[in-house]
Design a protein around this ligand. Structure first.
Ligand SMILES: NC(=O)c1ccc[n+]([C@@H]2O[C@H](COP(=O)([O-])OP(=O)(O)OC[C@H]3O[C@@H](n4cnc5c(N)ncnc54)[C@H](OP(=O)(O)O)[C@@H]3O)[C@@H](O)[C@H]2O)c1
Length: 376
């Protein structure tokens, strides 16, 4: 199987322009793959021949695949013609994923379900935030979280703890590939993004980064993102996204880049719900993730003693933190609560044995005060 192909359900198989070479290359490709259950869409840009018999012959190399009739394009075919062809194929793409609904019934306490990002990689919907965790506290928090079932860790250059996060992951005893590690580069690094990315890779020392975000909009953010795109192509970063981008920022941004961000990480909690922004981003086929899900360090006291949330928590026999995190997941918002306390971590990943009613979701929606706790 060609690298990474197993992550995709639909394969667009482009025939190279040299007619003589095409069957050899394509049959090598097909012979290596188990295409059972996959859809193959052949196309070619050859000026001298169509798909014809080579297309039919190739079907015998992957008989288990679903073959969509191929098509030949002229060299000057426009982008809009291609898009029209693709949208008329009636294929369900991964990017059609409804990011407002998570498969929560697939999760259990200590094992968060995953969502498939538009990059084709799967990501758990609950992770550990590591802002303000440093030194051994950070290493031990990462190890505790992993032993409690967390499979996603969020860090950033700005937190000054990528070395410790990497160490915690390596010492956890869980294979690296099973843990999803996200980091961020900071605006003051956007002028020389290659150096920033190399520094993250070196400090984490995990071989590759699962997700890299731009920490904030800023001068040269497109330049920095384009550097991240190059690292995606080289396989050193698997998915890329942004943080602190709202409707205008994301609209301006995605027009200028080649790879759509898989995720936007923004401040979201019951007192700052980002009611317009969350569905807007989800409708772009981009996952939304909450920073400060519990209100943020120094602010969580008021949120965690909110009378309505306390009442709902008591009704379900859960803590207020669990109610807030479950509320996020039920509106399709990924959570990364920060903690160095294993009892809290255990609570935070034990939110799959209860469900908030529609009425409770509506009541929590009414707590919104547009009260931002971060400055960006
Ligand atoms: N992209 C951005 O600009 C940005 C900005 C801020 C944060 N972030 C990311 O988002 C993550 C989350 O934000 P945050 O850590 O600042 O704030 P947070 O998750 O809203 O709150 C963390 C605080 O809540 C406490 N806590 C955690 N679980 C608890 C529980 N079950 N019961 C009671 N208290 C609990 C923690 O204390 P204990 O240690 O005692 O559990 C900690 O003091 C960060 O760690 C970071 O990874 C990103």
């Amino acid at each position: 199987m060609p690298d990474g192909l197993d992550r995709y359900d639909v394969v667009f198989l482009g025939y190279p322009i040299w007619w003589g070479e095409a069957p050899r290359i394509i049959s090598t490709f097909l012979e290596r793959g188990d295409f059972k259950g996959k859809t193959i869409v052949p196309f070619c840009t050859s000026h001298s021949s169509g798909l014809g018999s080579s297309d039919r012959n190739l079907h015998s190399l992957a008989p288990d695949a679903v073959w969509i009739p191929g098509r030949r394009f002229a060299g000057n075919t426009s982008k809009s013609e291609l898009e029209k062809w693709i949208s008329g194929l009636d294929i369900k793409f991964d990017t059609d994923m409804d990011y407002s609904k998570f498969p929560l019934s697939e999760g259990k306490n200590g094992q968060a379900p995953t969502i498939r990002l538009s990059s084709g990689y799967d990501m758990p919907v609950v992770g550990l935030g590591t802002y303000s965790l440093t030194g051994d506290v950070c290493v031990n928090s990462v190890k505790s979280a992993i032993s409690l079932g967390f499979r996603k860790i969020d860090t950033a250059h700005m937190y000054g703890n990528e070395v410790e996060v990497g160490r915690g992951v390596r010492e956890s005893g869980v294979p690296r590939e099973e843990i999803f590690v996200a980091t961020k580069i900071y605006p003051n690094q956007y002028g020389n993004p290659e150096a920033a990315i190399e520094e993250c890779l070196r400090k984490l020392d995990l071989g590759y980064v699962d997700l890299m975000l731009l920490h904030h909009p800023g001068t040269n953010d497109v330049k920095a993102y384009k550097a991240m795109e190059r690292y995606v192509r080289e396989g050193k970063i698997r998915s890329i996204g942004v943080s602190c981008y709202y409707i205008k920022e994301i609209d301006d941004f995605i027009r200028q880049v080649d790879i759509k961000p898989v995720l936007v990480q923004n401040e979201v909690h019951p007192y700052y719900q980002d009611t317009d922004v969350v569905p807007y981003i989800q409708n772009l086929g981009i996952a939304v993730e909450a920073w400060y899900p519990l209100g943020g360090r120094g602010h969580q006291k008021e949120l965690l003693s909110d009378p309505l949330l306390t009442e709902i928590a008591m009704r379900h026999g859960k803590s207020v933190a669990q109610v807030i995190l479950r509320w996020d997941l039920q509106r399709g918002v990924v959570v990364i609560p920060g903690s160095s306390n294993p009892d809290h971590m255990k609570e935070n990943i034990s939110i799959f044995d209860f469900e908030l009613t529609e009425d409770e979701m509506t009541q929590i929606a009414a707590l919104n005060r547009n009260e931002k706790h971060g400055w960006y």
